[in-house]
Design a protein around this ligand. Structure first.
Ligand SMILES: Nc1nc(=O)c2c([nH]1)NC[C@@H]1CN(c3ccc(C(=O)N[C@@H](CCC(=O)O)C(=O)O)cc3)C=[N+]21
Length: 297
């Protein structure tokens, strides 16, 4: 039976570390770090995520703000809002919650964010730095997975890693981070996706599998080798009228059948999700500390 990679426990530990650091700054007379979330429209999942991020900020002693915009806002209007935030003094970082309404070009908005305030690590400049191994904001989900591997002392050196899914914010950066020099890193990474011929052929050879495709129960026991490490990024709401909420959250892994065969596995919920939130706080603290150091010069 696999050991559980407990994202709730780890994220609590990380949040405590952040909180301690904030207290030190405040005791030295500095202001608190400030994170802002920009939310366009009223997508139920997005509202929940953003509210959780605000709660996280409060828990570690950050100042937080929420800007809500109507989903009828134009692309130009949103660009103007981003431009304002780029120039706001004392705002260390902000995120534009995704997905954006269809009439807005997401790439154009992300590119308009000041890379120094891009605590999501989504701006092409930060993506480039991430790929080259230059210090920058790392996208929170892959960063959270790196932190999880590191804190559970799961070595990736020389390991065969298969990442399923090539998204801009998870699969693609994950594959790059694990192939970089260092620890975690130094892995041999295969990135598989919707056009890959015979995904199970790849996953059966993998020491570590990271699923980020959003298809409930996609990864089955016969697709993995004995003792592999399974990291499940997928989180999909599945309708279920027998449950109290009317739905349950499903990962990309068939947990009951895969977990007996794995050595380590993340649960959903309670695995990668809480780590993602913790790493957003870490990126904000990083932006803040750079700003404070600048002011001291
Ligand atoms: N600009 C931007 N940055 C993001 O980082 C971003 C985004 N847009 N859009 C949506 C995705 C998704 N995402 C999650 C974060 C935390 C949980 C999380 O905490 N999940 C809990 C369960 C939460 C629940 O109960 O719904 C868990 O897995 O245990 C999930 C998903 C961040 N995203």
């Amino acid at each position: 039976m696999a050991n559980i990679l407990d994202g709730i426990k780890l994220s609590k530990q990380i949040k405590q570390e952040i909180k301690d650091e904030v207290i030190q700054y405040v005791n030295q007379g500095y202001r608190r770090p400030h994170l802002l979330a920009l939310l366009v429209g009223e997508n139920a999942a997005s509202v929940t995520y953003v509210n959780n991020k605000i709660k996280d900020c409060q828990a570690v002693g950050f100042k937080s703000s929420l800007v809500k915009l109507k989903n009828t806002i134009t692309e130009e209007g949103l660009l103007k809002e981003v431009g304002k935030l780029n120039e706001t003094d004392g705002l260390d970082g902000f995120i534009v919650q995704l997905p954006l309404p269809k009439h807005i070009n997401q790439e154009r908005i992300i590119t308009a964010i000041n890379p120094d305030k891009d605590v999501d690590g989504f701006h092409p400049v930060n993506f480039g730095k991430m790929a080259l191994g230059i210090e920058s904001f790392l996208p929170a989900t892959p960063y959270g997975i790196m932190e999880m591997l590191s804190r559970y002392k799961i070595s990736t050196e020389g390991k065969q890693v298969v990442v399923i899914g090539r998204s801009r914010i998870v699969g693609r950066p994950m594959s790059i981070l694990l192939s970089r020099k260092g620890n975690p890193g130094d892995a041999t990474v295969t990135l598989v996706h919707s056009k890959t011929v015979d995904i199970p052929k790849h996953t059966r050879n993998a020491d570590i599998i990271i699923t980020a495709l959003g298809v409930p129960q996609f990864l089955k026991a016969d697709m993995i080798k004995q003792g592999s490490v399974i990291i499940d990024v997928g989180i999909t709401k599945v309708e279920d009228f027998t449950s109290e909420k009317g739905y349950y959250l499903s990962g990309d892994v068939d947990f009951p059948e895969v977990s007996p065969k794995a050595s380590w596995i993340t649960p959903v919920p309670g695995g990668v999700g809480p780590m993602t939130r913790a790493m957003l706080l870490k990126n904000t603290l990083f932006a803040y500390s750079k700003e404070i150091k600048k002011q001291n010069k």
